[in-house]
Design a protein around this ligand. Structure first.
Ligand SMILES: [Zn+2]
Ligand SMILES: [Zn+2]
Length: 176
C-alpha cells in the first residue's frame, strides 16, 4: 500500500503512475481489515500528487441479527492529495503561503519519498462499513422471546406473531 514517489515528484505536472496491491492487512485494537486489494492511480499535480484509490477488503464483525460472526465485504473509492516532505525542484515545501494550512500527516510523502495509502484506506473502510452487518443475507436471527438461534432450530414461539386468542376475543367486544 506504499509507493516510492521520488520519480513522479521529479516528473512534470500531469505525469501519471499507478500501482496495485493485494493481501494487505490493517490491524488496530478495534479493527481488522483483511485481504485488502486495490489499485492506485497517481497524478502529479501542482503542489503534490493526487491519488485515486479503488480498494476492497473484508472484516470480521458481529451479525446484527444472531450476534454470530459475520464476514463483511467492503469496498471504497477515495481521492487524496499528497504533499512531499522533501524539497523537490518545482515545489515550495514549507513556503509561507502554505503555513497555517493544515496537512493531515497521513497525506505527507515521507523523507524516503514513500507515499502510503494505508491510513486513508483505513478511514474510508470505517466510513463504509455496514452499521448492521449480517452473517448471511437471510439470517433468521435470535427469537426475542426465548433467545433460540433461529438459524439452528425453530422455536415454539416463532414464527407465529399472530394475535393471541385472548386478544382476539377482546376484539369482538367492540364498544359502540
Ligand atoms: Zn446472523
Ligand atoms: Zn422463541
Amino acid at each position: 500500500m506504499q509507493y516510492n514517489a521520488a520519480g513522479l515528484l521529479k516528473d512534470s505536472v500531469g505525469a501519471r503512475r499507478s500501482f496495485a496491491f493485494e493481501y494487505e492487512e490493517i490491524t488496530t485494537p478495534d479493527e481488522n481489515f483483511r485481504e485488502i486489494a486495490g489499485v492506485v492511480r497517481l497524478l502529479r499535480i501542482d503542489n503534490g500528487i493526487l491519488a485515486q484509490v479503488e480498494v476492497r477488503g473484508r472484516t470480521q464483525d458481529q451479525c446484527s441479527r444472531c450476534l454470530g460472526d459475520a464476514m463483511v465485504e467492503i469496498e471504497a473509492y477515495l481521492e487524496e492529495e499528497y504533499y512531499p516532505t522533501n524539497n523537490f525542484e518545482g515545489f515550495t515545501v514549507g513556503d509561507e503561503d502554505n503555513t497555517g494550512e493544515f496537512v493531515d500527516p497521513a497525506l505527507l510523502i515521507d523523507e524516503d519519498n514513500i507515499l502510503s495509502v494505508r491510513e486513508p484506506v483505513r478511514q474510508a473502510f470505517l466510513g463504509v462499513k455496514p452499521i448492521a452487518p449480517l452473517c448471511r443475507d437471510d439470517c433468521k436471527g435470535i427469537c426475542p422471546t426465548c433467545s433460540t438461534d433461529l438459524n439452528e432450530a425453530p422455536c415454539e414461539c416463532s414464527p407465529q406473531q399472530e394475535i393471541p386468542e385472548w386478544a382476539k376475543s377482546l376484539r369482538s367486544l367492540e364498544i359502540n
